[in-house]
Write a protein that binds this ligand. Sequence first.
Ligand code: SF4
Length: 119
Amino acid sequence: MAKERLLTCIVCPRGCQMKVLLSDEGAPISVEGNFCKRGVTYANDECTNPKRTVTSTVRCKSGAVVSVKTDTTIPKGMMFEVMAEINGVIAPDEVSIGDIVIANVCGTGANVVATSNTK
Ligand code: SF4
């Protein structure tokens, strides 16, 4: 028997409330309530392989702190592993927005990039 799942799309600030009809195997059959097709992609990913962008901070050698984020989404199940690698890194003292602080974090294919400048 098909099940329903209610989701809030987090792709943009509109935050559409979506109703997803799932097959017995948990695969999305239909999506309602999305304003645009990005919501369908999000619903499909969220029901089969949820992903997230990670945001955090990294300490520099000088003790300054720079904000960072992954430049693409990573599997939600790897959040703690990725956070552990981010927490273990020390960035150079001069970091600019967009600089790669960690390449291919935890083998996910995502880079951790600076979202602020140290100067
Ligand atoms: S479905 Fe489209 S409009 Fe609605 S929150 Fe998602 S991205 Fe934004």
